[in-house]
Ligand binder design. Structure first.
Ligand code: ATP
Ligand code: MG
Length: 309
């Protein structure tokens, strides 16, 4: 069942005093299924936060609509079932982490006993128990991210909208948050999150959407997206004569490197790699390795987004 359904969602902002309109999101359509971890990717200014803010009714669409947990944008939402972690959380600086979470827990209608229990549990989950009595103004960026994530979990929501949940975290922190997100998935929660840390997305997401300048440019699993790319071929050789080396360098190759005494060539197709192999073998060269390389999501992202001016 689609927990989140976005239909033709469009947002235009008025910019400048002449009221010129700028389209930050153009006709977005997508569905997120129950229990999915869905990554919403895009470079700065792609329209990710704009989308999340519309889903939360913080700003209003110019056109189009969406359904969250079967409630359309115009209807009263099940706010307790939706958790939100903002991109640049502004927190009450003089509260401690514990007080801050208590405030939200009480606001959500919990008794003080329930709230205390929930807050202790969440502080433990996000690894902030040790800093519960520290003021938020003394928290590091990573600690602010963690407390923001704890806040989004207070009502035990079934749908989480997380805007850059890994930002400011060191590699260990990112790993912990990734593990936590996996754990939330096991509890059948649906997680929709924005990020540009592509390695995290590759490891975490069931499906991803790539947004650029307000347009959806790709939707699918990481595997689908990467396998739609034709791979490069890496061929590593040793024992080449000068003549063979020079000849191969003149063939259709993308890259040539010498690493640890081996000659590594990157060829754009299997046929090119085979031609290189034949030339090397004709000269008693040895093939150390010949393999396709699909590249990472990061390569894909840079290629697709980096060239779209
Ligand atoms: N209130 C606003 N008024 C005018 N333009 C806006 C407003 N909010 C956002 N924009 C513009 O809309 C575009 C999309 O912004 P948005 O914040 O949604 O991007 P994003 O994908 O979240 O980027 P980032 O990765 O930097 O967080 C940007 O060009 C931004 O400058
Ligand atoms: Mg943003």
């Amino acid at each position: 069942m689609a927990i989140l359904r976005i239909q033709n969602l469009t947002k235009e902002y008025s910019t400048g005093f002449l009221g010129k309109r700028f389209r930050a999101l153009n006709n977005l359509n997508l569905e997120v299924e129950e229990g999915e971890i869905f990554g919403f990717l895009g470079p700065n200014g792609a329209g990710k936060t704009t989308t999340i803010k519309m889903l939360l009714r913080i700003i209003f669409p110019t056109s189009g609509t969406a359904w969250l947990l079967d409630k359309e944008l115009g209807e009263a939402p099940d706010i307790h079932k939706i958790g939100y972690m903002p991109e640049n959380p502004y927190f009450y600086r003089f509260l401690t982490g514990q007080e801050f979470l208590m405030f939200y827990a009480r606001l959500s209608g919990m008794s003080s006993g329930e709230a205390r229990k929930k807050v202790d549990e969440l502080l433990e989950i996000v690894g902030l128990t040790y800093a519960r009595k520290t003021r938020l103004s003394d928290y590091s960026k990573g600690m602010v991210t963690r407390v923001g994530l704890a806040q989004s979990l207070i009502t035990n929501p079934s749908l989480l909208l997380l805007d850059e949940p890994m930002s400011g975290l060191d590699p260990i922190g990112r790993r912990e948050i990734r593990d936590l997100i996996h754990q939330l998935k096991e509890e059948r929660k649906t997680i929709f999150f924005c990020s540009h840390i592509l390695a995290d997305i590759e490891m975490l997401c069931d499906r991803i959407a790539i947004l650029n300048k307000g347009e959806l440019i790709k939707l699918g699993t990481v595997r689908e997206i990467l396998s739609s790319q034709s791979p490069d071929y890496i061929i590593s050789l040793e024992g080449l004569s000068e003549a063979a080396l020079e000849e191969i360098k003149g063939m259709n190759i993308k890259k040539y490197e010498v690493i640890g005494g081996f000659h590594h060539f990157t060829a754009p197709s299997q046929e090119d790699a085979q031609r290189i192999a034949q030339r090397a073998m004709a000269d008693q060269g040895r093939i150390i390795e010949l393999r396709p390389e699909r590249g990472t999501l990061e390569d894909y992202f840079i290629r697709e987004v980096g060239t779209r001016e």
